[in-house]
Design a protein around this ligand. Structure first.
Ligand SMILES: Nc1ncnc2c1ncn2[C@@H]1O[C@H](COP(=O)(O)OP(=O)(O)O)[C@@H](O)[C@H]1O
Ligand SMILES: [Mg+2]
Length: 234
């Protein structure tokens, strides 16, 4: 579904991602893990078209998308749940969700998307008229993920869903992802919480200073010396 080769990304012509290659196959859950500043968010910004490659190629569903603008990529099926959630606090849950559906053409399709998201997350339906800001951090993250689903993506990319959450809430949010897995949607997550993210995923990539250090199945990475030593404190 996604094929990235020798990708170079940066800001103001200063590269921060060097020669990154990765693949995500249909229905997989893949994690990119790494410390703060490794370049995880930058990769997602590149894949969602918010910043353009300095070199390399990004293919989605067999098409080179290097030059396709971000809003078109949403229409093509790439959804990006950004770091820090970016919800509209004064707007209701329902209004926030509908923002995610802006690429859908007609009202009936939007209504269908909303019903599907509510079926996955009944708690959001119960509280659809409440302002987003009245939610806890964990619930807000669930809402941000649900908003990402509203565009009916083929590929859902989630940036740092555990950020700023207490450990019990991290588990809750990770549970939301288990719910999403049941729909067969393809998911790419980037995370600092290396253990949790790998436990959820089928495969992973370890990113450090803008380069891929290691890749493998989640089980392989969790057992690898680099991961154990640098990220799991073992
Ligand atoms: N908007 C920006 N402008 C300039 N440099 C940035 C910007 N965003 C991130 N960077 C730099 O790019 C590098 C990677 O950052 P980032 O992708 O945010 O890492 P991560 O998400 O893994 O914490 C860091 O050195 C960071 O300072
Ligand atoms: Mg980040």
């Amino acid at each position: 579904m996604l094929k990235v080769r020798n990708l170079k990304l940066g800001y103001d012509n200063v590269p921060v991602i060097f020669d990154v290659s990765l693949d995500v196959k249909e229905k997989e859950v893949v994690s990119i893990v790494g410390s703060n500043g490794a370049g995880k968010s930058t990769i997602l910004r590149g894949l969602s078209g918010l910043i353009k490659p300095m070199a390399g190629t990004i293919e989605f569903m067999g098409e080179n998308i290097n030059k396709i603008p971000a809003h078109k990529l949403v229409e093509m099926g790439i959804a990006h749940v950004p770091e820090g959630r970016q919800l509209f606090g004064k707007l209701t849950v329902r209004e926030n969700l509908m923002m995610g559906a802006y690429v859908l053409k007609d009202e009936a399709t939007k209504k269908d998307a909303l019903d599907q998201v509510y079926a996955l997350f009944p708690r959001l339906k119960e509280r659809e008229s409440q302002p987003a800001e009245t939610f806890s951090g964990g619930e807000q993250q669930m809402l941000a993920i649900a908003r990402g689903l509203m565009s009916r993506p083929k590929l859902l990319m989630i940036d740092e869903m555990s950020l700023g959450l207490a450990p019990v809430l991290v588990d809750k949010v990770m549970d939301s992802l288990k719910v999403i897995r049941t729909t067969g949607i393809t998911v790419l997550i980037v995370e600092q919480k290396v253990k949790e993210a790998l436990e959820l995923a089928d495969r992973g990539y370890v990113l450090a200073s803008g380069r891929i250090l290691q890749t493998g199945t989640s089980a392989e990475l969790l057992e690898s010396d680099i991961v154990k030593k640098a990220y799991l404190g073992m």
